[in-house]
Design a protein around this ligand. Structure first.
Ligand code: DQA
Length: 144
């Protein structure tokens, strides 16, 4: 089971700047993720919240069932050390995904406080970044 965690403001996809985040709604993105996972003989379980504590709770909880984690924490990426610390105690492979290319945007978005506790980072590939993350995790789980 792959945990797919989307954080703050990602429930507003479809209404956010399409040049950065594309036109899919979160429901459409999650539908796509479920299909991509199934094509790869994986099962995804998607979760979104705008509440940092709930996001942390979910990271703790998925230690019981996830064999891999894909997460896009939204703006928390850039400052939420509590999320970083929660991820550090998750032993399974973890991939950070950003729809936009955070390295090519405002200065404050260029730094990810979770980058050193995830195994792989994908940025600027739009929704396909989640597909690439599933591919990466499938390899990582198979070769573990
Ligand atoms: C984001 C990038 C973040 O800087 C931003 O705050 C988001 C989404 C992305 O997917 O590109 O909310 O994580």
């Amino acid at each position: 089971m792959i945990a797919v965690l989307n954080g703050v403001n990602l429930n507003m996809l479809g209404q956010r700047d399409p040049a950065q985040y594309g036109t899919l709604t979160l429901t459409e993105l999650e539908t796509q993720v479920y299909a991509w996972a199934a094509e790869r003989s994986l099962t995804a379980r998607c979760f979104q919240t705008n509440h940092e504590g709930a996001f942390v709770d979910h990271i703790h909880e998925c230690r019981g069932w996830a064999s891999g984690v894909i997460l896009n924490p939204g703006a928390w990426t850039h400052y939420a050390y509590a999320i970083r610390d929660a991820l550090e105690i998750v032993a399974v492979p973890k991939v950070e995904v950003h729809l936009s290319d955070i390295a090519a945007r405002e200065e404050w978005r260029r730094h990810s406080v979770i980058a050193d506790v995830v195994d792989h980072s994908i940025s600027g590939r739009g929704a396909e970044g989640y597909r690439d993350a599933l591919d990466w995790l499938r390899e990582a789980i198979a070769s573990a």
